[in-house]
Design a protein around this ligand. Structure first.
Ligand SMILES: [Zn+2]
Length: 473
């Protein structure tokens, strides 16, 4: 069976690459209002392709409302022959990032090129290449089983606004909750550690953004006449910010770590097996001088599994040339928190307000502004049935052990799992060197075939997990 899947994929590789290249010519840049028509064309192209693959249901779903129209998503559905089989929803996106600066592209971003085993174009890796391998994967499964329906009910939701922050996606999920109902969600928008170190992402940190404004005297004061006798807003701000961490690099907000899911020994052991070269990593970190962070955790653990408080900017007082002896009237800082499962951005915002209220010195006004609801973290335990099934599928495709990673970025994953109430499994074959969001985006063409093969096995693995996923529904 395995050899049948493989030979089907090899036999159809050329056709697959050509289809992908055709899709990649459509400049579906969601951030550019002038490209709205192209995003729609991209949705229609995908719906047509999925329908050609055999999906009996393919629809283009409008998003937003009359007053605030959004960009379309694609929905497809292919019921399993067995109505009791698990229902699997595949998530991806068909919009792409803007392409500036154009002169840094070796070939035009929407004229897909093939070179050295790579396909180069905007969207090749993020996310069109990865979305499309599912169509090849299902074709391979059907052919190798001589079947006309998949072993699990397959649904796909491919949104058109991910690169613009998915402004209408949560509403769409709520509106179509019944049709999107599923037992597991397969997210295909992540990368692996390396081409020869296959890995699965198991979660993403969320984020909370905030600003602190400190106001003191009504005007800047002469520091000779007033300094030392009235509160200085910059000092007050410096104290608030310095107090956010203790000597061990831990965040001091009371309760900050209460909901943080501790790393399991198994996950720490698997992270430690990733070939991580700290020196090389420091070079990628803008030639940072040293690794730094919360005591007791490795660099990888700090990046993936631990929450942070970060000062992003601070300003106030005199910053021009020469001296100016003042007590400034105001001081400001922007900060952000990376949050991990099971922290809630709203809780963290509340903790920041409490901290400032308690610690803010008398005689200055301190205002904390939190930007929006933040982004919730997402996480799938490595021993959950869906992740275990995904790992087995990838191990069959790659013929070697699959390790685990997590990612820094955060898309709509938390909305998917919260609104649809199903666990996530991340099957992605992108690489860090794909230069997504940058000039010369590319994808390793052979890895897309591995993705298709992983997908083909995944449907078997999820079907075999059966009741573990459906709860015997
Ligand atoms: Zn993406």
């Amino acid at each position: 069976m395995q050899s049948d899947v493989r030979s089907y994929i090899d036999d159809h590789a050329r056709e697959f690459y050509d289809a992908l290249k055709q899709w990649l010519t459509i400049p579906s840049i969601s951030a550019d209002p002038a490209r709205a028509g192209d995003v729609r064309r991209s949705a229609q192209w995908l719906a047509g392709h999925l329908s050609g693959t055999g999906f009996p249901v393919t629809e283009v779903w409008e998003t937003g409302s009359g007053a605030e129209p959004g960009l379309p998503a694609v929905y497809a559905e292919w019921p399993a022959a067995d109505p009791g089989a698990p229902v699997v929803l595949i998530y991806g996106h068909h919009d792409v990032q803007p392409v500036e600066p154009l002169d840094e592209w070796d070939s035009p971003p929407f004229e897909p090129a093939e070179r050295d085993g790579l396909i180069l174009a905007r969207g090749a890796s993020d996310d069109k290449g990865q979305v499309l391998f599912h169509a090849l994967g299902i074709g391979a499964w059907l052919a190798s089983h001589d079947a006309s329906a998949p072993p699990v009910t397959l649904k796909m939701i491919v949104e058109g606004e991910e690169e613009s922050g998915s402004p209408h996606f949560a509403d769409l999920l709520r509106r179509e909750r019944d049709r999107l109902a599923c037992d597991v969600i397969v997210v295909t928008d992540t990368s692996m550690w390396a081409a020869d170190v296959p890995s699965m992402c198991t979660g993403m940190r969320g984020v909370v953004d905030a600003q602190i404004d400190v106001y003191g005297p009504e005007r800047d004061l002469h520091s000779g006449s007033f300094g030392g006798a009235v509160p200085n807003p910059l000092h007050a701000l410096a104290d608030l910010l310095a107090g956010l961490h203790d000597a061990d690099g831990r965040v001091t907000l009371p309760g900050f770590y209460d909901k943080v899911r501790p790393l399991t020994d198994a996950e720490r052991e698997l992270f430690a097996r990733l070939p991580f070269d700290e020196k090389a990593w420091l070079a990628t970190a803008g030639n940072s001088g040293a690794a730094f962070g919360e005591a007791g955790y490795s660099t990888i653990e700090r990046l993936w599994a631990r929450p942070t408080a970060e000062i992003n900017g601070m300003w106030g007082g005199h910053t021009g040339p020469g001296g100016k002896t003042i007590v400034p009237r105001e001081a400001h800082a922007k900060l952000s928190f990376r949050v991990v499962a099971d922290q809630d951005p709203a809780d963290v915002a509340g903790m920041l307000r409490d901290y400032v209220a308690r610690r803010g010195p008398a005689g200055v006004e301190v205002i904390v502004t939190v930007d929006g609801p933040g982004v919730r973290p997402s996480f799938s335990p490595i021993d959950s049935p869906a992740v275990a099934a995904g790992r087995r599928a990838m191990e069959r495709a790659f013929g070697r052990e699959v390790l685990f990673t997590r990612e820094g970025g955060s898309g709509p994953e938390a909305d998917l799992t919260d609104i649809l109430g199903a666990p996530l499994v991340f099957i992605g074959v992108g690489l860090d060197e794909d230069q997504i969001h940058a000039p010369n985006e590319r994808v390793d063409a052979a890895l897309l075939l591995k993705g298709a093969e992983s997908a083909a096995y995944l449907w078997d693995e999820l079907a075999a997990a059966g009741d573990e996923l459906t709860g015997g529904r």
